[in-house]
Design a protein around this ligand. Structure first.
Ligand SMILES: [Zn+2]
Length: 119
């Protein structure tokens, strides 16, 4: 039986972070694949789950772009290793292999790439 996905839009919504211009939407979050240089939204990338981790992969198949770890462990103890952005309410850890852009109103929040990102 396959594991349920934890999409980034759901993780951010669950975190309690306030966004004034509507709900978080994977279709609006952008990342550029470091391998092929293609900018894509997280609504365009194939998603699969492995254990408690949800992987967003480049739509051209190059590599993982974002991983959402659905667990209560600190980043150093997660199966995929390395560091990430920890959201206490969830809890989840967000890892990304390139700048992750999340539009908020007329601005955007940029998450720089996390260390030791598994491709
Ligand atoms: Zn690519």
């Amino acid at each position: 039986m396959s594991q349920p996905f934890t999409r980034l839009q759901a993780a951010l919504t669950r975190s309690g972070i306030q966004k004034p211009d509507g709900p978080f939407d994977d279709e609006q979050m952008r990342i550029t694949c470091p391998a092929c240089g293609t900018e894509q939204t997280l609504g365009q990338t194939p998603v699969h789950a492995d254990g408690n981790e949800t992987y967003y992969r480049c739509k051209n198949g190059c590599q993982n772009l974002v991983i959402v770890v659905n667990c209560g462990l600190p980043p150093s103890q997660t199966p995929s290793g390395g560091q990430g952005y920890f959201l206490a309410r969830g809890p989840v850890i967000i890892k990304n292999g390139a700048d992750l852009i999340i539009p908020v109103g007329v601005n955007a929040v940029k998450f720089p790439p996390t260390n030791e990102f598994p491709r």
